[in-house]
Design a protein around this ligand. Sequence first.
Ligand code: RTP
Ligand code: MG
Length: 139
Amino acid sequence: MATNQTFTMIKPDAVQDNHIGAITQMIEAGGFRIVALKKTKLTSERAGQFYEVHKERPFYEGLVNYMSSGPIVAMILEKENAVADFRKLIGATNPAQAEEGTIRKKFAKSVEANAVHGSDSDENAQIEGDFFFAADERF
Ligand code: RTP
Ligand code: MG
């Protein structure tokens, strides 16, 4: 399996609740190397752009408001099979369906405030990483 990268955000609820350390610990313990990391806050314009693919969905407006409601932590992660393995580590979108031992099972509060984002393809991982990080911020 090739080593590749994925992109994640620790979402505003989990940052607000002081879970940055615990979530980062689970990510590193899961075998991921942190290539880039920053704490920042999305404006509603930037959040809308990031989630543009969901523009027609009924939850879009709520999602954009939520994702711009407080600071987030953005990271690029590297591992073999990074995209699929990271989605396994975070668990289902709805925490009620997330498996034991996953980040969302442990920290998500609702289907919207679900603690973390994970890219859904290699292509989107690249696009999302580029949305937050310049070349000289990756190591
Ligand atoms: P993500 O993109 O954040 O990693 O989450 P995901 O792939 O598991 O879920 P996706 O379908 O891409 O949805 C993006 C985010 O929108 C919020 N959402 N709210 N209220 C709702 O029914 C609903 N459905 C989705 C969640 O924050 C979800 O992670
Ligand atoms: Mg998604």
